[in-house]
Design a protein around this ligand. Sequence first.
Ligand SMILES: Nc1ncnc2c1ncn2[C@@H]1O[C@H](COP(=O)(O)OP(=O)(O)OP(=O)(O)O)[C@@H](O)[C@H]1O
Ligand SMILES: [Mg+2]
Length: 404
Amino acid sequence: MSTFAVVDLGSRKLVVAIARPGREGTLEVLAVQRENSRGMGRGVIKNLREVKQALKAAIEMAEKDSDSVVEDIYLNLSGVNADILTALGKTVVTGEYITRKEILRAIETAKRITIPQHREIIHVMPTKYIVDDQEVEEPEGMFGAVLQVQVQIITHLLTVVKNFENCVEGAGFYPKEMVLNQVADIYALVTKEDRELGVMLIDIGAETTDVALILQNEIHRIFSYEIGGKDFTSDIAIGLNTSMKEAERIKVKYARLFSEGEEELIKVPLMDGGERNITSNELYSIIFPRAEQLFTWIREDIERAGWELRATSGIILTGGGAMLSGLKDFTSEFFKTMVRVAGPVNLNNILNLDQEYTSPEYSTFVGLLKYAQERERSNGRGGQSIFPSIKNVFKNIFKKNPRG
Ligand SMILES: Nc1ncnc2c1ncn2[C@@H]1O[C@H](COP(=O)(O)OP(=O)(O)OP(=O)(O)O)[C@@H](O)[C@H]1O
Ligand SMILES: [Mg+2]
C-alpha cells in the first residue's frame, strides 16, 4: 500500500500531511507541513499560479521531511456551490447470490441520474440497500432477484473541480480524490450517537462556513456561506480604524460574544499612528451583528429544510472561527439547543500526529486523513462508507485511474 498526501487547502491556511497505511488498520503520519495559504479566497482558487506554487512547495517540504515521494493527493473542496441529492439504482441479480460486482452495477445505475452539465459528481455514498423489497445492511452474498440501492450524490461546479485538479496536476501530483469539507469534517468529528440522533455541524473557517445536517446515518442537507472568521476581523478593523493585523490580534485576545461581565479597557493602535482605548462592550457591539447575520442565514436554511434541532443531539461547532470566545453559549442561545465546540476526535488509529491537531481548526485536515485511511484500506474491496452501517464498495466507480 502506498504513501499519499492529504491537503487541506483553506482560505487562510494550507496544511499538508504525508501518510501511509500502517499495521492493523492504522495510519502512519510521516510529515506535516503548515503554511499560510496563498491565492485562495472564499474557498476557491483566485490565483492559480500562487496556489500551485504554495501547494508544490508545501508538499515538497513534507516529502523532504519524511524522506518520501508522493503522487496521490486527497484534496478538500469548500462546500460553496456544492449540492447533494438522492438517487436510486437497481440491478437484476444474475446468479442466486448477490456479488460485489452487482452491487457496483446497481450503484452505477444510480449515477445515471441527470446531473446538469456544469456540475461534476465528487461523492457517491450508498445509504440503503434493498433486496427484493427488504432493506439490508450488506447485500453481498445474499440470496435475491433484484438489488436496489439508494445513494447520496454530492456534486460540485465543474469549473471548481477542474481548477483544483489542474492545480494539483500542474504542481506535479495526481488528484486522487476531492473531498467535500463537510464530508471530511464528518469523519473527524461526528460520533455514532450524533449520526443516529441527528446533529448540525458548523465549520467556521476564515472566509467560508460549511454546514451539514446529519440524521439517521445520512447527510440530510449541506449549506455553505461565504462568511467566516476573517469577516469578524475586518469588521473590527473598519469599526476601530485599525489594521487587519491589529484587528486579528484584538479579536483573538479580547473579543467575546457576550456583553455581561467585567468591562475591560483595550488599547487600539489607529491607522493614523494614534491610539485609543475602547471597552470590551464596544468590541462586542462590533462583532455581534456578524454572528447574528451568519446564524440567521443558517436558521433560514434549516427551517426551509424542515429541520427540527430540538429533536437532535444539537450542534457541533468547529473550524478556527469556532474558537471565538463566547460563541458556544451564543450559538446555544440562538438556536435553543445543545452546542459543543470540538476538534477532531478518535485519533487512536492515526499514529504520530501531534496533540495540537486536535484543535477545531484542524478538523477538515484530520478528517481528510481519516477519509484517506478508509479509502486506502478498502482499496476498492469495500471498507466502510461515511456511515459505518453501510458498506462502501464503490472506490472503482470514481473517475479515473492513477497515472502510470
Ligand atoms: N482563538 C480564536 N478566536 C477567534 N477566532 C479565531 C481564533 N483562532 C483562530 N480564529 C479564526 O479562525 C479563522 C481561521 O479558521 P480556519 O483555519 O478553520 O480557516 P481555513 O480553513 O483556512 O478557511 P476556510 O475553511 O474558510 O477556507 C481565522 O479567521 C481566525 O481569525
Ligand atoms: Mg477550512
